[in-house]
Design a protein around this ligand. Structure first.
Ligand code: ZN
Length: 383
């Protein structure tokens, strides 16, 4: 079956202007210039996208798709991700993780949920382990999980600089990273060490110490929540200048911003103005994580959850309110995370890549249609 998506304003994420996209099965077969003749035939279904912008399906490197939270008692557990919500968000590739709770939440549950989302049409992966050390695993070790389970890309979120983490030593983090790295080499994966960075005083120091004291490269680590505070953001900027990659979290609340979190759009804008290597920056949603609200006495007064749709929200905010070029923001949620996670079929609209395409209405700033591995999984035309 061939699908022709006609008349798109194409961002690969680079802007290529007016094009037609031809999909064959799960892949992109051709990008057709308007001056060329169009294919026809009984096996072709055509979709006219006049006025819409086509961008790559979003790659979200952190989603708690089995739910998270539970840090304020059992009633604070967040719910599982719903496929329809994910499909409508424009995200076509996501990486799941446990979090603080690796006792009542399990990797078996994460594996089953990952397969559910993939069967429904998304592309879904996950990290083995959790916040804690020694890492909880499916098959007995980080290595065997990465080597034998196709969906496991690495280990994470390993918590550093956080009172909820295991307070790892340099030696312990180095052991985790070397195990993930070698397993990744064997399985042709990145074997990434995805690190949750809390608001602790050590910030990224533990990773710097591992890199200084061992032969592990800084690129083995992928720290997230770097826009949590002004000070951590500065530490993150130093980290990318040394060759590392960093991730900002798009899910937020007015309370978190009031407490000093830097909005993703603002953080990216600063990096651009300082001429930092922005290809080493990504955004993830932290979808379905718990976002607790505390009163002035530190009592829990409410709980919100991270949302996968926050990637698109931040895309809009960055372009419309902050004035960052669309292609630059797009790279942070498509090409950059795909490259960092070594997902070679993802994050770009190009011949031979997976047909993961989002059609955006830039007048209304709405997701109008989503294709994932060639399947139209969401449609909202004229809404
Ligand atoms: Zn986290």
């Amino acid at each position: 079956m061939l699908t022709l998506i006609k008349n798109v304003n194409l961002y690969t994420p680079q802007p290529l202007g007016l094009k037609h996209l031809l999909l064959a099965g799960e892949r992109i077969l051709a990008i057709i210039d308007p001056r060329e003749s169009l294919p026809t035939g009984a096996y072709l279904s055509t979709f006219d996208a006049q006025g819409l912008t086509a961008v790559p399906g979003f790659v979200d490197s952190l989603v708690h798709f089995c739910g998270g939270g539970g840090e304020g008692g059992f009633t604070t557990r967040t719910s599982e991700l719903n496929f329809a919500e994910a499909a409508a968000s424009g995200t076509t590739t996501m990486v799941g993780a446990l979090g603080t709770d690796a006792i009542t939440r399990t990797l078996t549950n994460l594996l089953a949920k990952s397969r559910e989302l993939s069967e429904q049409g998304l592309t879904s992966y996950f990290y083995t382990g959790s916040y804690h050390f020694p890492a909880t695993t499916l098959t007995g070790s980080i290595s065997t999980d990465i080597i034998y389970i196709p969906e496991i890309l690495g280990v994470g979120e390993i918590a550093i600089a956080d009172h909820r983490g295991s307070q790892l030593s340099v030696h312990e983090l180095a052991r985790v990273a070397s195990e993930a790295r070698v397993a990744g080499m064997i399985a042709d994966k990145k074997g990434i060490v995805f690190c949750h960075v809390g608001d602790g005083k050590a910030q990224l120091q533990l990773i710097h110490q591992v890199v200084a004291q061992t032969d592990l490269p800084i690129q083995q680590f992928y720290p997230t929540h770097i826009n949590r505070t002004e000070s951590l953001l500065e530490a993150g900027f130093e980290f990318i200048q040394q060759g590392g990659v960093i991730d900002f979290t798009t899910s937020t609340t007015p309370e978190l911003l009031a407490q000093g979190e830097v909005a993703c759009s603002e953080a990216l804008d600063r990096a651009i103005h300082r001429d930092l290597p922005v290809s080493q920056i990504t955004f993830s949603s932290d979808g379905n994580a718990s976002l607790p609200e505390f009163d002035l006495n530190g009592q829990l007064i409410g709980l919100k959850a991270g949302e996968v749709s926050s990637l698109f929200k931040v895309l809009k905010e960055s372009v419309v309110e902050v004035g960052i070029p669309l292609e630059q923001v797009l790279a942070c949620i498509t090409a950059n995370p795909a490259r960092i996670l070594q997902l070679t079929q993802k994050g770009q609209i190009a011949v031979g890549k997976d047909a993961d395409i989002v059609l955006i209405d830039r007048d209304e700033w709405a997701v109008r249609s989503v294709w994932s591995r060639g399947r139209n999984i969401y449609q909202n035309i004229g809404g």
